[in-house]
Design a protein around this ligand. Structure first.
Ligand code: ADP
Ligand code: ADP
Ligand code: MG
Length: 447
């Protein structure tokens, strides 16, 4: 096992990883920007190193400063969390060169899967069903026209290097095609530093259902059931649950097998998520995320597996603690992302000082957060301040538990989306389980 792990991240996920290290008897090193001097992760780690100013490019994305921090503190491994450098293949390669174990897949796997067009081709060749679309990237306008004829409208143009719900444009007709593809290329270039785009059919009323996998370095791959992330705002997840209300044992088995096949097709190890769209009991591969996901706690609740500890053990070369037969999905878990933002003002971020904080508790309630009373949320980073996760024997019980947990949750000093989440959890659509990825676009929130 490692002696010391550097956590190249901030916020709740950094705290989550520090806790996993402690439980494994591994020392932890936090890195922080000057704006995060008082952040929880910098306080609870065994050691903390300042890596630069507030701007992310100078701190949490500053590869050299982070590697230097590993060397100064004598870390033998690094956990990237999610976002920031977690899906950066050159950073993973740099860690390897410096003798620091990157807690994630190989840099080759990150590179291949990070190119979403290329990942789709690999999966298709491995026999995993994919969303119909262009074969690889679309380079010229002529190619775009040809593919559009084959795919039909409406369709989506997506940045090959995209992520975080950005870099996706809908195209309704031939007239829109060339101008939209050109805008998509420019956006892809400016957001992701790569102008490659690909095209795919717009699935009309799909649900986002993803499969969690774990794979060790010895070639064992297992899946841990699904998460339903169909509650999305602008292609970004808002609320997640496991199991999915649209799942049945037969579909779960087919999707799980496809996910394992997908991981094996690219020699994958560590934790990963294969994202699918589901429509009428059919599923299509969308992309693979080569890191821990924000919504991993719902899977931890229904399977009893600690995914972050598993990641660290896998990176240390240990075999999986579980075989596929050991994994039983039981009960129901729901996660609400609690953000410092104002839903009535277009979800405008609301940084500032938390004057009072009361978090819910009781059986089956988990809070993953780096917030505390008196903490000032800086304006430079993500607005997610906590994740509230509940677990109960049935979906109906979990909804009830979430309802009361949300109403107990008090944050004063900044605006939050707690009332929005409460309205959502009480909505007829959520309760029935019958909705699709487009639902939140039309959901009226006026409390
Ligand atoms: P998930 O919720 O499934 O873990 P998200 O797509 O919400 O994944 O991404 C997790 C975090 O990583 C978010 O903070 C998101 O903004 C960020 N992120 C993901 N991909 C990228 C990317 N390519 N560029 C910038 N940020 C990203
Ligand atoms: P990101 O890398 O930003 O996470 P994804 O490719 O995973 O991008 O897509 C994000 C979301 O966009 C999906 O969860 C889904 O809601 C929507 N989406 C993506 N592709 C399609 C598609 N072909 N048809 C319909 N919706 C889609
Ligand atoms: Mg995605």
């Amino acid at each position: 096992m490692f002696k010391k792990v550097l956590i190249a991240n901030r916020g709740e996920i950094a705290v989550r990883i520090i806790r996993a290290c402690r439980e494994l008897g591994v020392r932890s090193v936090a890195v922080y920007s000057t704006a995060d001097k008082n952040a929880l992760h910098a306080q609870i780690a065994d050691e903390a190193v300042c890596i630069g100013p507030a701007s992310t490019s100078d701190s949490y994305l500053n590869m050299k400063a982070i590697i230097a921090a590993c060397e100064i503190t004598g870390c033998d491994a690094l956990h990237p969390g999610f976002g920031f450098l977690s899906e950066n293949a050159s950073f993973a390669a740099m860690c390897q060169k410096c003798g620091i174990e990157f807690i994630g897949p190989s840099h080759e796997a990150i590179e291949m899967l990070g190119d979403k067009a290329c990942a789709k081709e690999t999966m298709k060749n491995a026999g995993v069903p994919v969303i119909p679309g262009s074969e690889g990237a679309v380079r010229t306008n002529e190619e775009a026209l040809e593919w559009a004829e084959k795919i039909g409208y409406p369709l989506l143009v997506k940045a090959s290097a995209g992520g975080g719900g950005r870099g996706i444009r809908r195209i309704n007709s031939k007239e829109e095609l060339i101008p939209q593809v050109e805008i998509a290329r420019q956006e892809a270039k400016s957001f992701f530093g790569d102008d490659a785009v690909y095209m795919e059919k717009l699935i009309l009323n799909p649900r986002h259902v993803e499969i969690q996998i774990l794979a060790d370095k010895l070639g064992n791959v297992i899946h841990l059931g699904e998460r339903d992330c169909s509650m999305q705002r602008r292609n970004q997840k808002v609320l997640e649950e496991s199991p999915s209300p649209v799942m049945n044992p037969e579909l779960r088995q087919r999707m799980g097998e496809a996910a394992v096949k997908a991981a094996k097709a690219c020699g994958y190890y560590n934790a990963g998520t294969i994202e699918f769209l589901v429509e009428n009991n059919n599923f299509y591969f969308m992309e693979m995320n080569t890191r821990i996901q924000v919504e991993h706690p719902v899977t931890e609740f229904v399977t009893g597996v600690d995914l972050v500890k598993s990641q660290i053990k896998i990176a240390a070369g240990l075999p999986l603690d579980y075989s596929q037969e050991d994994i039983k999905v039981s009960g129901h878990a729901i996660e609400c992302r609690i953000n410092a933002e104002n839903p009535k003002l277009g979800f405008r971020p609301s940084p500032g000082k938390i004057i009072a904080l009361h978090t819910p508790g009781g059986p089956g309630i988990r809070i993953d957060s780096a917030a505390y009373q008196g903490y000032t949320i800086p304006p430079y980073y993500d607005s997610m301040i906590a994740k509230l996760i509940v677990y109960a024997p049935t979906r109906q019980d979990a909804i009830m538990k979430m309802r009361w947990a949300l109403s107990e949750f008090i944050v004063e000093g900044v605006d939050t989306n707690i009332d929005f989440q409460l309205a959502l959890i009480k909505s007829e659509a959520f309760e029935s389980g019958v909705y699709d990825n487009g639902f939140l676009n039309t959901f009226k929130f006026d409390e």
